[in-house]
Write a protein that binds this ligand. Structure first.
Ligand SMILES: [Zn+2]
Length: 312
C-alpha cells in the first residue's frame, strides 16, 4: 500500500524531473559561447574591467562533466526511466550517490548488471525522493540569479542584505559599516575575483566566530550544559554537529540566515550534549530553550533552498 502511494506521489515529479533534465542537457551551451555568463571567458591575456578603477581578473567557468570511462545507463523503474551513471570499484557492496547532476551507482567489479538493477529497484523510493529533493532545491536556486561579484553586489547577511563596495587600494583592506550595511573592500591592482571571494568568505567566517561564540554561551547557560569548544565548518548540507566530547561545529554559512535560525542550530547542537540522538527526549530539551524549533527547522530548509549560489 505504501509503495503504491509513494510511486503515485513521485511518479509525476520524476517525470517532470526527467523532462527538465533532458531539456537542460539539450540547452547547455558550449562553455566558450556562454557570453551571457556572469563570468565570461576572458580572451587570452586580456583583463575584464570590472568598473574603473577596480579591476578583477575573472576565472574561466567550469561545468561538471562526466568523464569518458563512466557508463551511463537507464533502468525502467515502474513505468519510468531512471538514468544513472555506473562506476565500477573495488568496494564490496553497491553504493548510491545522488547529486545535482543525477544518480551515481558504484558497484563491485564482479557484480552483474542484473544485480545492480535489482539493488536500484530495492532502493528506488530513497533514490527517487533524493532526486526529487535535489531537483526542487536546484529549481529554487535557479530562480535567483547568481551573485555578480561587482561593486554594489548584494549579499545575504543575517537574514538581510549587505552591499559590497569595491575600490582600488594600495593594500587589501576590509571594513564593515553596520549602519549603512556596507562591506567595503579595498583591492590591490590586479586582484582576481577568486581573491575577492576568498576575502568576503573570510569576513563571513570572522563574523561567524564572534556571533556563534556569543549564542553558544547564551543557550548553553539556558540549557544548563557546558560545551568543550567549537569550530567552524563549511559543509554543503550540514549546519552543525556535536561530538561525544561535547565539541560543537557550526557552519559559517548560517551567517546568511536570520539570527533566529542561527539560534535554532545552536540550541539543537547544544541539546545533543544531553541526548546524542533525535529522540522525543532530545526535542523536549530543544523545546525548553527554543520553543519554536519546529517552525525554525522548516524555515531553515526553505531558506537554504532559496540561497543563490554564492562562493562557487
Ligand atoms: Zn541533530
Amino acid at each position: 500500500m505504501d509503495r503504491i502511494r509513494n510511486a503515485r506521489h513521485f511518479a509525476p515529479r520524476l517525470q517532470r524531473w526527467l523532462a527538465e533534465k533532458a531539456e537542460a542537457q539539450q540547452e547547455a551551451p558550449p562553455a566558450a559561447a556562454a557570453s551571457s555568463s556572469p563570468f565570461p571567458v576572458p580572451a587570452p591575456a586580456a583583463v575584464n574591467l570590472l568598473r574603473p578603477p577596480v579591476q578583477l581578473r575573472r576565472p574561466e567557468p567550469t561545468a561538471p562533466q562526466l568523464t569518458g570511462d563512466q557508463d551511463k545507463r537507464q533502468l525502467l523503474v515502474g513505468e519510468y526511466i531512471l538514468e544513472y551513471v555506473l562506476k565500477r570499484s573495488t568496494r564490496r557492496s553497491i553504493g548510491f550517490t545522488v547529486d545535482d547532476t543525477g544518480l551515481y551507482v558504484t558497484a563491485p567489479k564482479r557484480c552483474s548488471l542484473a544485480d545492480i538493477d535489482n539493488a536500484i529497484r530495492a532502493k528506488q523510493h530513497w533514490i527517487l525522493s533524493k532526486l526529487d529533493e535535489r531537483r526542487q532545491r536546484r529549481a529554487a536556486r535557479l530562480e535567483k540569479p547568481p551573485i555578480v561579484w561587482d561593486d554594489g553586489a548584494r549579499l545575504p547577511y543575517l537574514g538581510e542584505e549587505i552591499t559590497l563596495r569595491l575600490y582600488q587600494a594600495p593594500r587589501n583592506r576590509t571594513e564593515f559599516d553596520p549602519v549603512a550595511m556596507e562591506l567595503s573592500m579595498g583591492l590591490v591592482q590586479g586582484a582576481t575575483e577568486q581573491l575577492l571571494k576568498e576575502r568576503v568568505k573570510n569576513w563571513y567566517k570572522a563574523q561567524a566566530e564572534g556571533l556563534f561564540q556569543q549564542r553558544l554561551d547564551l543557550y548553553a547557560a539556558r540549557l544548563g550544559v557546558q560545551y568543550a569548544g567549537f569550530s567552524l565548518s563549511s559543509a554543503d548540507t550540514r549546519w552543525g554537529s556535536c561530538t561525544a566530547q561535547r565539541t560543537i561545529r557550526l557552519n559559517w554559512k548560517l551567517m546568511h540566515f536570520s539570527l533566529p535560525l542561527v539560534d535554532y542550530v545552536v540550541a539543537h547542537e547544544l541539546a545533543h550534549i544531553l541526548e546524542m540522538n533525535h529522540s522525543a527526549r532530545f526535542w523536549a530539551n530543544v523545546g525548553r530553550i527554543y520553543p519554536q524549533y519546529e517552525e525554525a527547522k522548516q524555515l531553515l530548509r526553505k531558506r537554504a533552498a532559496e540561497l543563490p549560489p554564492l562562493f562557487t
